[in-house]
Design a protein around this ligand. Structure first.
Ligand SMILES: [Zn+2]
Ligand SMILES: [Zn+2]
Length: 170
């Protein structure tokens, strides 16, 4: 008894699923819908392109994280933990001066606070206290100075109150 009643609905059920006309209709609908989506998509993505390049220049301001100092052989630019570059856009939070840097130079040991206080940011006057040293890079703001040779993280030099002043390169 039970097998008979169970089997009976199945053929009619499968028959309705495999009706060729209905299948075609569904396929055509999906294709039509897909085509509409694609048609809509193409002009949309093209019109978005200028917006993307605009937002690129807006987000072009990048900050080093972490901030690195380095000798003249270290590439300068935006530093990250992956791309270790010496920051070339340093700013001092203590005197609010932009940090100047001199490649292949180091500060003379006779440098003092007053020297930078009086001569910043006149590079020609600052050069008086620079001595040539291959591979070094001399950094200074109005209140502090540093000669770097190897790549070092700024946070490891507590006397320097410098931060990355943001980079505009895209
Ligand atoms: Zn930077
Ligand atoms: Zn300073």
């Amino acid at each position: 008894m039970t097998p008979c009643t169970d089997i009976e609905p199945w053929p009619s059920c499968t028959a309705s699923i495999s009706k060729p006309h209905e299948d075609e209709g569904v396929d055509n609908n999906i294709e039509a819908v897909l085509q509409e989506i694609l048609d809509d998509d193409y002009p949309a993505s093209i019109s978005h392109r200028p917006v993307l390049s605009k937002s690129c220049s807006q987000t072009a301001l990048k900050k080093c994280c972490p901030v690195y100092l380095g000798g003249s052989s270290i590439a300068s630019g935006v530093g990250t933990s992956v791309t270790q570059r010496a920051c070339d856009q340093l700013r001092c939070t203590s005197c609010d001066f932009r940090v100047v840097m001199f490649d292949d130079q180091e500060w003379d040991s006779s440098c003092g606070y007053l020297f930078f206080r009086n001569n910043m940011p006149d590079c020609n006057k600052l050069r008086v206290k620079l001595t040539r040293k291959q591979g070094a890079r001399a950094y200074a703001c109005q209140c502090s100075w540093h000669s770097a040779i190897t790549l070092s993280e700024l946070r490891h030099i507590p006397k320097l109150k410098w931060v990355c002043g943001q980079h505009t390169a895209c």
